[in-house]
Each structure stands twice: as structure tokens, then as C-alpha cells.
Design a protein around this ligand. Structure first.
Ligand SMILES: [Zn+2]
Ligand SMILES: [Zn+2]
Length: 358
């Protein structure tokens, strides 16, 4: 290998390519960045174009923006071509300003305007809205596509609506709708509010490889998307909805998608609900569940073996009793190939597993 390095450098010197369009392997790379129970998932397509879904939390000296930037460096990405903010909650849009201080953000995609009309939420939304006003902004609706070379990126939910017609090849009757129970306010008010229901969710295809990323779309909103007919079809990889909280991730969604692997963006004490582990555990064909964090509420009875968990520590206790984990963290990395096979790697220990094409 060593003898190759000088010539590789020479090629780079002779042929400096634009940052976002650097020729690369024919893969879709996905980094599920740990932002302590928020969302920040980076997709890098075969052309080198980047799509970042959410930006984690604000504050903490730019902790989450630093973690995203570290994943971007690892991926060879120098700008965010598309920043997609699923909805206007602080754990999703909060890190956008700090991220934009670290790397250029070209296009902003979201569902439009917040439905949270309390002043403190409006103030936080305005910080993000000022930032998006400096780039190219687009609000999307179900059925819209995000134009990334070599990928099909389709919005399946946004702004309170879901697909009204199935994706190509989908639309079969969903047997997991039998027994679907709508959640009442005693559950939905525990975490969610109306803004979660506005979440953008997306279906992403690269050749035979398919994945979904759901934002915080609520359990009740999964019903019109998946019932009585499954409008999405199957997915090889399920990026677990809503941090694994019990207000999302019904059998009608998860069992019908029939994923082979799932990755949960939980925090030590955020999401990672027992019910979610049980539904995932009952999913036929699901080989492995990978976690951003050990879930303290779920305990040893439900967490997968440690080799599948990127971060094991809870963080240091603060004066107010909360625990905060500063500094870098480990991520879960996916490298997907056009034939539908993909490899998942835990950056903490290098443990990886390859899932063959179907
Ligand atoms: Zn969230
Ligand atoms: Zn939310």
C-alpha cells in the first residue's frame, strides 16, 4: 500500500476537484452521528453530494456541530449540499447556526413554518429561519424528490401530510395494520407535540438498497402512511423513528418495512423505550439493532450486546442534576452498495457486520 500513496497525492495535486463532487467509490455512505438524543444523520451519495438530516442541539460550545463536522471530514465532505431539517424542535434544528460556522450549507429544506406558537419556540425557530434566509430555501411536501445524483430521495411525510399514493413498487395490503391502536393524549402529550407530526420523513434508494429516516413523526401519523396499504414498501435499513421513544415506531411501520438492520439515535435517557425494543425484537428478519447510546431506561434486559452500541457513558453530572457528555463521541457508519448489500460499523470499537444483498 505504501508505494501507492505518493502517486495518489500526485493525482490529487494535478486534478483538484470541487469539494462536493469529488469522485469516490460507488457507495452511499451514512453516518448516524451521536448528538445525545437529537438527530444528525449525514448521507453522502456516490457523486459526493451530501445531505445532512438535522443538526443536533445548540450550545455546549458547538459540541454537536463539531461532531457532525468530524463525520463530514471522515466522509471527505467539505460542505453540506442539502441540510434537511425534519421539524423545528431544538434537538433537530438547534445546531444549524454552529454548523454553518464550521462548513458551508448550500440548500435548506424543511416543512415550512413552525406550528409551535409559544414565544420561546417562535424565538428558536426565528434563529433557524434567519440562517435559512441566507441560503436557498425550499419547503417540501409528500411525493417531492430531493435531486441527489445516483439516489432516489423521496419525501413520504411533511407538514402534517403523508403520501397519498404508494411509491413505485409499493402499495400492497399491510397485514400489520390489524390491531393498530391509536395513542391517546395521555401518551402523546408525554413527549410529542404538534411539531413532531409535521416531521419530514424520507425514503432513500441507492440501486437495490433502501432505507427510511422518519424524524420524529408520531405513531398515529404512521397509520395513514402504512395502512391499510403499505405506501412505502420494504427497507433494508430502518433508521429508528423519534429516538426510539414509545410515541413512534408501531408494528404497522416497523414490521411492514421488514428491515435487516436498524440504528437508533437515542440518548442515554432519551428515547430507547422498552416498547420500542420489544417491537424491534419481534420484527421478522431483523438481524441486528445498533444504538448511538446504551439506553439506561431499557437496561441490560433490552439493550443489544455492547459491541453494537457506539457510546456507553452517560456523561458528567451538572449543577442542575442533569448529565452532559461534552467533547467528541462515536458514530455508527453505514456503507451501502448498489446491489443492496451494506456494512455497518461502530466507530468506538471498529466492530462491523455486512448484510448481503437479498
Ligand atoms: Zn427529536
Ligand atoms: Zn421532535
Amino acid at each position: 500500500m505504501r508505494a501507492v500513496i505518493p502517486s495518489l497525492f500526485l493525482v490529487l495535486l494535478i486534478n483538484p476537484a470541487p469539494s462536493a463532487q469529488t469522485a469516490r467509490n460507488d457507495t452511499l455512505e451514512i453516518y448516524v452521528v451521536d448528538v445525545e438524543g437529537g438527530e444528525a444523520t449525514l448521507f453522502v451519495g456516490p457523486s459526493g453530494e451530501s445531505l445532512l438530516v438535522d443538526t443536533g442541539w445548540p450550545g455546549f460550545d458547538g459540541r454537536d456541530a463539531d461532531r457532525i463536522a468530524a463525520a463530514a471530514r471522515q466522509a471527505g465532505v467539505e460542505q453540506v449540499d442539502y441540510l434537511l431539517v425534519t421539524h423545528f424542535h431544538t434537538d433537530h434544528m438547534g445546531g444549524a447556526v454552529q454548523l454553518a460556522e464550521r462548513m458551508p450549507v448550500r440548500n435548506f429544506i424543511d416543512h415550512g413554518e413552525t406550528v409551535d406558537k409559544e414565544q420561546r419556540w417562535l424565538d428558536r425557530f426565528q434563529v433557524y429561519a434567519d440562517l435559512r434566509g441566507r441560503g436557498v430555501h425550499r419547503a417540501v411536501r409528500p411525493g417531492d424528490a430531493i435531486p441527489m445524483a445516483g439516489l432516489d430521495v423521496v419525501v413520504i411525510a411533511s407538514d402534517g401530510a403523508v403520501l397519498d399514493a404508494p411509491l413505485d413498487g409499493a402499495g400492497a395490503a399491510n397485514p400489520f395494520c390489524d390491531g393498530f391502536t391509536f395513542q391517546g393524549a395521555e401518551i402523546t402529550s408525554r413527549y410529542g407535540n404538534a411539531e413532531d407530526d409535521q416531521s419530514i420523513a424520507m425514503f432513500i434508494r441507492f440501486g437495490e438498497f433502501r432505507t427510511v429516516i422518519m424524524g420524529d413523526l408520531n405513531w398515529n401519523r404512521e397509520h395513514p402512511l402504512m395502512c391499510p396499504d403499505n405506501k412505502v414498501g420494504a427497507a433494508d435499513l430502518y433508521l429508528v423513528s423519534h429516538h426510539g421513544s414509545e410515541t413512534s415506531g408501531s408494528e404497522a411501520l416497523v414490521h411492514a418495512l421488514a428491515p435487516r438492520a436498524a440504528i437508533m439515535n437515542n440518548g442515554p435517557r432519551k428515547g430507547g423505550a422498552v416498547q420500542t425494543f420489544e417491537i424491534l425484537g419481534a420484527a421478522d428478519g431483523l438481524e441486528d439493532l445498533w444504538l448511538n447510546h446504551y439506553s439506561i431506561p431499557a437496561g441490560d434486559a433490552h439493550n443489544p450486546p455492547e459491541r453494537f452500541i457506539a457510546n456507553l457513558e452517560e456523561g458528567a453530572p451538572q449543577a442542575d442534576g442533569r448529565t452532559v457528555h461534552m467533547g467528541p463521541a462515536h458514530w455508527i457508519h453505514v456503507s451501502a452498495r448498489r446491489d443492496g448489500s451494506f456494512t455497518v460499523t461502530n466507530s468506538r470499537n471498529g466492530f462491523s457486520r455486512t448484510y448481503n444483498s437479498r
